[in-house]
Every structure is written in C-alpha cells, then in structure tokens.
Design a protein around this ligand. Sequence first.
Ligand SMILES: [Zn+2]
Length: 110
Amino acid sequence: MLSAPSSFSQPPSHISFLSTAHILLPPSRSTMAAASPLCRCAVPAVLRTSWTDANPGRRFFGCANYRGANACNYFRWIDPPLKDNIKRLVLALHKRIREVERRNDRSSFV
Ligand SMILES: [Zn+2]
C-alpha cells in the first residue's frame, strides 16, 4: 500500500501563506511607469503602499518629492477601501512577516 512520506502530510502552511502575501506587495516597475499620473510638481507620481492601521496594504500615488522641501502633497488612492475583516487580516500578516524577517536578519549576523 502506498502512503505519502510523513514530511508531506504536514507542510509548514504558515510559510506558504506568508510568501503568497509577500508576492502581492511589490508593484511591478512596468505597471508603475504606465499608470503614474503627474503630480503638481509635473513629475510622475510614485506608487506606494500604506501601512497605517486604517489602510494597511492599500496602494496610492503620492508626490515623488514626498517629505522634500518642495513636495506638492499630491495624493490619490488606487485601491478601494478595505473591509474591516480584511484590514485585520492584512495587519496580522504584515506583523508576522516583519517578525520573520527580523528573525532572519538576526540569524544572518550570527
Ligand atoms: Zn509633487
């Protein structure tokens, strides 16, 4: 009788969960270049991701000079508002990813 090795019966489900979330985060360069509107500085706005509690993981376009002396404060959401349950899920996943990354950083210095 055939049976799967025990290592396959218990995959580390949290790891695939985290890496899936990670893949969604960085926008592709080509998408940015094609879709970037001009801010009031007349330069292409930069695609960023909000990590506030109110809008975790929600993408927006902002002034490329953001926090610079000549920033125009251009701001435009790309993604629709998140449902509360999704906010909680994204915040929990983000926190988890940061913890894992911190742990990996520490172990690489040992
Ligand atoms: Zn600007």
